[in-house]
Design a protein around this ligand. Structure first.
Ligand code: NI
Length: 224
């Protein structure tokens, strides 16, 4: 087979990747739909501008970060980087860019309260912050309940205690409730932000979640 001589421009690679992701995530009702990706891209580009990073890497990684997420691929956390690599290779993207984007996708996920998830590059730290911002605040609350319903979890079960997971395997497999997810992940994200802009935005969204949880608890217990 003769290899195509055409080298795609960065704009064209981004355009085709957006179309590919839109198609992949079409109809998702788990909170991981196209609009999650679109918000993460906007936030990542805005944080990335302040951090003076390679915005091409940031945009590609933001677009591809949830392709084949482990939550929907039988717990396989390498499914995402593999799918992203296959896609970028099909566009003949240069190897260095593919490696960087796939490294970001492989390390972006939260893996449990006691599991450190360091990001090697600044581009990765920017995309991770943008993804985490979309997990908290009003949108984060909405996405968390959407995901809980999708995964068949109880909205709240007062007999089920929240856990500080020590391993990714534990975090992936233990039964939980949507309200517990706030204590097992969402309320912990504010202190795990990588960038100054990310931290500032997270503070506000964190405060909103605390207000929500207080009101939820009051209503649940007949105090409001
Ligand atoms: Ni995401």
């Amino acid at each position: 087979m003769v290899k195509s001589e055409t080298v795609l421009s960065r704009e064209e690679i981004l355009r085709r990747t957006e179309a590919f992701i839109r198609e992949q995530l079409d109809g998702d009702s788990s909170g991981h739909d196209w609009w999650h990706i679109a918000r993460v891209r906007v936030a990542a580009m805005s944080i990335g501008q302040a951090e003076q990073v390679d915005l091409y890497i940031v945009e590609l990684a933001a677009l591809l970060h949830d392709v084949a997420d482990w939550k929907f691929h039988g717990g396989d956390d390498m499914a995402g980087p593999k799918a992203a690599r296959a896609w970028l290779e099909s566009l003949s993207v240069e190897g260095e860019t593919i490696d960087h984007v796939c490294e970001i996708i492989a390390t972006i996920s939260y893996k449990g309260a006691q599991v450190a998830t360091p990001m090697r590059t600044l581009e990765g730290r920017v995309v991770q912050d943008a993804d985490r911002l979309d997990a908290i605040g009003a949108v984060g609350i909405a996405r968390t309940f959407a995901y809980g319903g999708h995964a068949g979890q109880a909205m709240h079960d007062p007999t089920l205690a929240a856990e500080a997971h020590a391993t990714f395997a534990d975090y992936k497999s233990k039964r939980t409730s949507t309200i517990n997810h706030f204590y097992e992940k969402l309320l912990l994200l504010k202190d795990r932000m990588n960038t100054a802009a990310g931290r500032r935005l997270a503070e506000e969204r964190h405060a909103f979640m605390e207000t929500f949880l207080r009101q939820f608890d009051d209503e649940w217990n007949g105090r409001s």
